[in-house]
Design a protein around this ligand. Structure first.
Ligand code: SAM
Length: 275
């Protein structure tokens, strides 16, 4: 099954329009390799029919555009990935926010591009370390992703034991339960951290549907796929949902251009505050 340059450009156009992701010509072999399996699953023998499918307007086309993004992006994530962010959250950011919650205030955190859930669950565990009864207060974590398949895994919250290596022992014992009969030893996230999180499918390149403000946004290792213009529009949209002093975390290879966006000020390694 051969992908012709003209078909690659049709696929690249759909990916750019749907998810703000730029596929350079150098990615043609990668796209061919990743999509060949998808075409076989659909019973298609050439990329021309696939292009027609993703360019359509109906539910099938929408579903397939999501499958396409799943095939070409990576969902790699880990518990306590880039641990310095969670150290900062624990030592500096959460104490005043949780004090606010104890007095009846509202606290909102968002894992934007949460993949299979390790990031929002790590946020929940960090929060519960400081305030074990967080569920009694108005403290909530939104976990969103474009990809419904990873969101289903996130919401299920079952992980192999080896994925929990970075989770501190006491938190592992308190907040994970062994799951019988899953082949290799697996653990399910407990109901206390789970209850703090709502999962929602959201495309960050479209206007944000929610109206409330956030105190902390994690958007790590997501905009690496976006072109510069789309990336800027995502940071701008976040800034409109953040009050002065609130925090934005980005991935290790990402930066917010504070010259273009003076509403963000760098504070720490790949962390920013809303001015
Ligand atoms: C590499 S994972 C990052 C997971 C986690 N934030 C971390 O740093 O470990 C990137 C995630 O971004 C999601 N993503 C890509 N484009 C997106 C978009 N336009 N809107 C929302 N999520 C998107 C992908 O589906 C994927 O799950």
């Amino acid at each position: 099954m051969r992908l012709e340059p003209q078909e690659f450009h049709r696929i690249a156009k759909a990916v750019r329009e749907y998810a703000g992701i730029t596929l350079l010509d150098s990615k043609m072999a990668l796209v061919q390799a990743r999509l060949a399996k998808r075409l076989r699953a659909l019973g298609m023998s050439e990329f021309g029919s696939y292009c027609q499918l993703i360019e359509g307007r109906g539910e099938d086309a929408l579903h397939e555009r999501q499958e396409l993004i799943t095939a070409i992006t990576t969902n790699v994530t880990r518990f306590y990935r880039e641990p310095h962010h969670f150290d900062l959250l624990r030592s500096r950011i959460l104490p005043p926010l949780l004090e606010h919650a104890r007095k009846g205030g509202r606290v909102r955190l968002w894992s934007a591009g949460c993949s299979t859930g390790e990031e929002p669950y790590t946020i929940a565990l960090t929060l519960l370390e400081l305030l074990p009864e967080a569920g009694r207060y108005d403290v909530k974590i939104l976990a969103s992703d474009l990809d419904r398949a990873v969101l289903a895994t996130a919401s299920r919250g079952i992980y192999p034991e080896r994925a929990l290596e970075a989770v501190p022992g006491p938190l592992r014992r308190t907040h994970f339960d062994p799951v019988p009969g899953e082949g290799e030893p697996c653990f399910a996230i407990g109901s206390t951290p789970r209850a703090l999180i709502s999962f929602r499918q959201l495309n960050l390149t479209l206007p944000l549907p929610m109206k409330g403000m956030f105190d902390v946004i994690f958007c790590r290792n997501v905009v690496i796929y976006f072109d510069a213009e789309t990336e800027l529009s995502v940071w701008k949209a976040f800034s409109e949902r953040m009050s002065p002093g609130s925090w934005l975390f980005v991935g290790h290879s990402e930066r917010v251009n504070t010259l273009a966006l003076p509403m963000f000020q760098s504070d720490g390694v790949t962390s920013y505050r809303r001015v």
